[in-house]
Design a binder for this molecule. Sequence first.
Ligand code: NIG
Ligand code: FE
Length: 401
Amino acid sequence: METKRVLRHLRGLFTPDPNEPWRTDRIEGAAVALQGGRIAWIGAERDLPSEWTGAEVIDGQGRWATPGFVDPHTHLVFGGDRSQEFNRRLHGVSYAQLAAEGGGIRETVRATRQATVEELVAVGEERLQKLTRKGVVHLEAKTGYGLELEAESRLLEAYAILKSQGWSLDVTLMPAHDLPQEFADHADEYIRLVADQWQPELVRRFPGVARFVDVFVEKGVFTVEQGRRIIESGKALGLTPRLHADEFVHTGGAELAAEVGAASADHLMFCSDEGMKAMAQAGVTPILLPGTTLFLGMRDFAPARRMIEAGCRVALASDFNPGSCACLDPLLILRLGCLQLRMTFEEAFTAMTLHAARSLGHDDLGHLHPGAQARIALWDVNHPLELVYWMGESYEPRMVK
Ligand code: NIG
Ligand code: FE
């Protein structure tokens, strides 16, 4: 029998309700009963069932308990950084212009190709430690800065090692993140190679490591047709699609995501009303990345309100990457969700926990109802809303597992 433990002396507990898309529970003076690494009971401390009264006590120190954050879109591992390029952007050069000059993603590809697996693991660990300190308990991480078979393979190997070390992550294959220099003007050829040879080979080398496949469908990158080809190849290998869609212009990426039954369509600053409806109907999670809009100095934040009204279960993510969002701070994303996407605190919090976890197929993460994994963040605040309200404060939660 696993030890019974009770988290007591909490100021309160705040959690999304897994039975209703946007309902949250807020219990003042709460207690949480834990057994076998899972939540067994939640409620007001005075109502704690007698079978738990003798259990080992974890002191909640008057804090607020919430589920830890889930980040469903990161480009966690890459070599180098792009701070010089960032400075050029501050001097007025656009992101698209840098990419057209052979910089942008391709700059990071050059640095990543030079990195050894050990170096990639080391940067991954450092970043995971930072995210963990800030309350992230699970995340998605993509390959896509190799853009050649061996470099993509090293990225995948680095993720396999990080997973074997116990880091909680889901891996996404993304060799179609950009067109590598060597294939300039030969996008179809590159797509054919990735779909027919590299993706099958990567899955063969690292069975079970990647769960998802992703592709950047965007004007000037890959077309809807090319995206479909990558997704079909991924699906045949047992991978579930996710999609970079409608980031700079409307290309029909959200519609494609609905058509192929993708788990998510991400970015969506220029998503159409038809795309929103299609996603709601097909159960595709729109994953919005407001840190990217901010970091790129754009004004067109994704239409979160309209998506919620259309019936979508919106999630929020960091999009952590060296070019369009160098941000390892979940609280910044939560704050932008409220302040720029005009989500309520309850919606933004649900989007960073429950809906983020669901988009990765984890029903037992992102909430604290019985059956959920015990990955609890304890915040030193008077009320969870303070996490957004005290806008510049860098809260670090105590974690209970
Ligand atoms: O999600 N949009 C495509 N990929 C990344 C950007 C990658 C980069 O600039 O390095 C994104 O924003
Ligand atoms: Fe991305």
